[in-house]
Design a protein around this ligand. Structure first.
Ligand SMILES: *Cc1c(COP(=O)(O)O)cnc(C)c1O
Ligand code: SF4
Length: 340
């Protein structure tokens, strides 16, 4: 029998899980990123980070997937701030999706009839330069217990809402304990049937998919769906596949959304390989997003004409279930707009 004074000292609950320690070890400065990847002599001007409200942020795991010394690496291109970001371009705004108007309560965005977004945290484990929430006033979205109570009251009064989507920020930045509290509370709302997570964390830090997380998301009657955010086949690694295997075994539905990005994934071969690799890991492609017209991200834009041609090329070469829907988010619409 193990008595109190013989309990091992390691693994006490006060110790942070490995993934949280990794977050403490992220690259958060542009010079650190450049030296980590042995990048010298930029081919164009880099952004002045002293003037940049959206700092550099990338996990070491994700940086390790990039090729050293390659300014054109497709993963690096998603996190590297060029001076081009600082140029004002007509039609590119801070809040292109009208999310400020659709914010029903702090932390709750209700645009579509049957489902809502909950933004439980401001944090992400990577800063994607094309992000449409890069100007989001996240500080308005630190949810207190009282905010949570208000959200529950809102959902309880609207039985037409049957699905809650945890979005962000990145909802997997929440601790498993915190998440468990949310899910237990939400499961008491009879009209809810599903809970969905929109997260990039599995792709940039696969070890985030802990056994405790899986226990939390499968602990209630709500059917769990995990939508990954992966843009390039180099992001779909064996490490990610291994981290997803227990989720598949537990019956989670696994989907992926991709943002269409000029110079990164706007070639048919890249998106075909992405779909093939995702499927090998048990993930189905869901959406291919036309990037939103957010200020600072104009250089990632692919024209609708090219996007549709690309989508047709995918249809000609992939089974229907591996072709993501090409969509755009438009303010005031009842759902995402399908581009055909
Ligand atoms: C994309 C989005 C959803 C989810 O849409 P689905 O088509 O169900 O994936 C819900 N709410 C908002 C505000 C969205 O932008
Ligand atoms: S919300 Fe998603 S797209 Fe935006 S910075 Fe965070 S991880 Fe990247």
């Amino acid at each position: 029998m193990i008595t109190g004074n013989r309990l091992p000292l390691q693994g006490l609950p006060t110790e942070k899980p490995q993934w949280q320690q990794e977050l403490g070890n992220m690259i958060t400065r542009l010079p650190d990123l450049l030296s980590y990847l042995e990048l010298k002599q930029p081919p164009a001007a880099l952004a002045d980070m002293a003037q940049q409200p959206f700092p550099v942020r990338v996990t070491r795991y994700y940086a390790d997937l990039m090729a050293s010394g390659d300014w054109q690496d497709p993963l690096l291109s998603q996190v590297l701030p060029w001076a081009e970001e600082e140029r004002t371009v007509a039609g590119y705004e801070a809040d292109p999706l009208g999310e400020q108007d659709a914010t029903a309560l702090p932390g709750l965005i209700h645009k579509y009839r049957s489902r809502v977004l909950i933004v439980p945290t401001s944090a992400c484990a990577i800063h994607c330069r094309y992000c449409f929430r890069r100007h989001f006033p996240y500080n308005d979205h630190r949810l207190s217990t009282q905010d949570q109570t208000h959200i529950v009251t809102y959902l309880s009064a609207r039985p037409e809402i049957n699905e809650v989507i945890f979005s962000g920020g990145d909802p997997l930045m929440l601790t498993d304990h915190h998440l468990q509290r949310w899910l237990t509370t939400l499961a008491d709302i009879p009209s809810l049937t599903r809970v969905r997570f929109h997260s990039r964390l599995p792709v940039v830090l696969p070890e985030r998919l802990t056994a405790d997380w899986l226990t939390a998301v499968t602990s209630t009657r709500l059917q769990p769906v995990l939508v990954l955010h992966s843009n390039h086949p180099n992001e779909v690694t064996p490490v990610l596949g291994n981290a997803l295997a227990p989720l598949r075994a537990a019956g989670l539905t696994l989907l992926n959304q991709t943002v269409l990005l000029a110079g990164i994934n706007d070639q048919p071969e890249v998106l075909i390989e992405l779909s093939e690799r995702l499927f090998r890991s048990g993930v189905l492609p869901y959406y291919l997003h036309q990037n939103d017209a957010v200020a600072g991200a104009h250089h990632f834009t692919v024209s609708d004409h090219s996007a549709k041609a690309l989508h047709q090329a995918l249809q000609a070469r992939l089974p229907g279930y591996l072709v993501p829907r090409l969509v755009r988010e438009e303010p005031g619409k009842p759902a995402k707009t399908w581009l055909r």
